[in-house]
Ligand binder design. Structure first.
Ligand code: URA
Length: 272
């Protein structure tokens, strides 16, 4: 949120730690909230320059600000799911991550249970949304081990486009990464992230994917030194490159006034 962009009032109040969005909607309906001294109504949008009060008490600017934008590279091992809670009780990626400074981790797309490699996670919902959105055509690169005979015609079809259940799909580039017999690897690049897309493309040609690993997402490479199950936070330069890719380069506070969950969102009140 920049000083002049707007967000829904209940979202901003919830982020300030006053309660759930639903609870904030109730408070608005109960006329407990004012914006610039006027009683707020559901649907109001606010910016950081507005004077927002609950029961007459002003909410501080630091409480209204969005959480610091963090981005993590996680080396997902095979066997972990990308959902927050798995009804089957399988290991989830979220249990392996450090707590964010504020907010929660949102994964930038998903990798299948039996796919490993680079997964980006961020605390910024808008950034996650844009990175996943097909309109930004962000390139993903996978290393894939193929079982079965691959010939030139097959590679041409995979490059030209193949009809899948959910429409045409193709690899932008296919590189032969070498190997023999059951240990033959390719690097493939695509500009979208449809479900099981890499596997479905290869399987449409009658061969089997026996290993799949994402090694790059846009400009971010899976660091060679990053062991499976480990993470590293993107440095400022890499983060900037990623933001520019999705036109999110407006200045945003990266080092906000630290505020713990115990601090009051109200202006001028002491902690506790
Ligand atoms: N394509 C797949 O088939 N699986 C993944 O996990 C990612 C891309």
């Amino acid at each position: 949120m920049t000083p002049h962009s707007t967000e829904k009032l209940q979202k901003v109040l919830a982020r300030a730690g006053l309660g759930s969005r639903r609870k904030m909607e109730t408070w608005i309906q109960e006329k407990r909230v004012t914006v610039n001294r006027n009683t707020a109504t559901l649907g109001d949008r606010v910016s950081l320059t507005d004077d927002i009060r609950v029961d007459g008490r002003k909410i501080s600017l630091s409480a209204l600000q969005p959480p610091p934008r963090q981005v993590l590279c996680y080396h997902k091992p095979i066997g972990e799911v990308c959902t927050r809670n798995d009804p089957e009780g399988r290991k989830t990626i979220f249990k392996q991550l450090p707590p964010p400074k504020q907010g929660r981790w949102i994964s930038v797309g998903r990798l299948d249970l039996n796919t490993g490699g680079l997964l980006l996670l961020t605390t910024d919902g808008e950034l996650a949304h844009r990175l996943m959105h097909p309109s930004y055509t962000i390139e993903r690169e996978y290393a894939v081990r193929i079982l079965g005979k691959v010939d030139e015609d097959m590679l041409k079809r995979l490059h030209d486009g193949v009809q899948l259940d959910d429409g045409m799909a193709r690899f932008k580039h296919i590189l032969n990464a070498g190997g023999r017999g059951a240990n033959h690897w390719y690097h493939v690049m695509l500009s979208e992230g449809r479900k099981h897309e890499v596997r479905r493309l290869w399987e449409s040609q009658g061969v089997t994917v026996s290993r799949l690993m994402r090694i790059r997402f846009g400009p971010i490479l899976l660091p060679q030194s990053l062991r499976r199950g480990h993470h590293v936070e993107l440095d400022k330069k890499a983060l900037q490159t990623l933001l520019q890719l999705v036109n999110l380069n407006e200045p945003r506070q990266t080092n906000p006034v630290p505020r713990t969950s115990k601090q009051s969102p109200f202006k001028g009140r002491k902690k506790g």
